[in-house]
Design a binder for this molecule. Structure first.
Ligand code: HEM
Length: 334
């Protein structure tokens, strides 16, 4: 070694780093690493992508639905596919929790992906990894950033209805509650603002924002931060009484199927849909308001940080071998 040229040493060092890469990932805290399925199911990501692509082609909103499913999975016991378990006569999962009931969608798409993967490499790819990769693919298909997804999550042998009700923020949460609920999952205010930017795609039902149209604080008045024209539009769609609160409207009224910075621009002009969207901007002097302003005009910074924050969210307390299992059917435990 003493006589080796610096170039040889450099190459040796690089080769050693490459060999160590998965090991390094194992000891960096999560146990997840990108080439997890390189040998056991090399086409896993390709198969997931092709089915997500088909689903989004059929219905653009599906991209938003799959992104949200990942968020709601990760905030409850970590990203472990607990959200996918169906209720049975002696098991209650998370599907009937307030944030999920009649709202989370995309379960059929996950079923299709799982069926294709079981055909290609039976018993290998977890439902939790499917949901995580499908969320990334959905963002890319909507025109957003791409990133490398660390893999190797395993599926839970349980779920938590209570966790789903408690951990996932409600659309009328206060600024403080949003910060706290994200912090409890290891996510900071930058993650909060940037991940809320996921609302650049998808829809919401009237029931999720009606309170701010008519009676924000119990004084019979609408939320003063809503733009007047937008308020009119929303009250027409969602009258105070006598209709179906399941009518939907875009979270980003300008470009509802395109992943871009309009979500932040809308907040600046009082056109955020949910209370929890607008308060990120309207809370005077807050760090979140400054961040909204920044990302509204820095698309590249938004994309870069969104990728980072998604990896962070996707790494929330994953189950890794020997914990958990690889479900054969994402809707039930083996
Ligand atoms: C900050 C706290 C958050 C709150 C309070 C919140 C709340 C909501 C609500 C109430 C809806 C509409 C549901 C309905 O009416 O059926 C919704 C939709 C959505 N959320 Fe969030 N959300 C938050 C954060 C996030 C995050 C972190 C992501 C992903 C990174 C996300 C992605 C989405 C997407 C894409 C939709 C549209 C889904 C569809 O069209 O099917 N949300 N959210």
């Amino acid at each position: 070694m003493e006589n080796s040229s610096p170039l040889v040493l450099m190459l040796l060092g690089a080769a050693l780093m490459l060999c160590l890469h998965p090991l390094q990932a194992q000891i960096d805290g999560t146990g997840l690493f990108h080439d997890y399925y390189a040998k056991s199911c090399p086409k896993a990501e390709e198969i997931i992508k092709s089915i997500v692509e088909k689903a989004v082609k059929k219905e653009a909103r599906m991209a938003a639905s799959l992104l949200r499913m990942h968020f709601h999975d990760c905030f409850v016991k970590g990203c472990d596919a607990s959200i996918l378990l169906d209720d049975t006569s002696n098991f209650t999962g998370e599907k009937t929790a307030n944030p999920n009931r009649n709202s989370v969608r995309g379960f059929d798409v996950v079923d299709n992906i799982k069926a294709a993967l079981e055909k290609a490499c039976p018993g290998v790819v977890s439902c939790a990894d499917i949901v995580t990769v499908a969320a990334r693919d959905s963002v890319v298909l909507s025109g957003g950033p791409s990133w490398i997804v660390p893999l190797g999550r395993r599926d839970s042998r349980g779920a938590s209805l209570q966790g789903a009700n408690q951990n996932i923020p409600a659309p009328n949460s206060t600024h403080q509650t949003l910060e706290t609920k994200f912090k409890l999952k290891g996510l900071d205010v930058v993650d909060l603002v940037v991940l809320s930017g996921g609302h650049t795609i998808g829809l919401s039902r009237c029931t999720s924002f009606k309170q701010r149209l008519y009676n924000l604080t119990g004084n019979g008045k609408p939320d003063p931060t809503v733009d007047q024209g937008y308020l009119k539009q929303l009250t027409t769609l969602c009258p105070q009484t006598g209709t179906d609160d399941n009518q939907t409207t875009p979270l980003d009224l300008v470009s509802p199927t395109k992943f871009d910075t309009h979500y932040f621009k809308n907040l600046e002009s009082g056109k955020g849909l949910l209370i929890t969207d607008e308060i990120l901007y309207s809370t005077k002097g807050s760090k979140t308001a400054a961040l909204v302003k920044f990302y509204a005009s820095h698309s590249q910074a938004f994309f870069q940080q969104f990728a980072k924050s998604m990896i962070k969210m996707g790494n929330i307390t994953p189950l890794i071998k020997p914990s958990g299992e690889i479900r054969k059917n994402c809707r039930k435990m083996n």
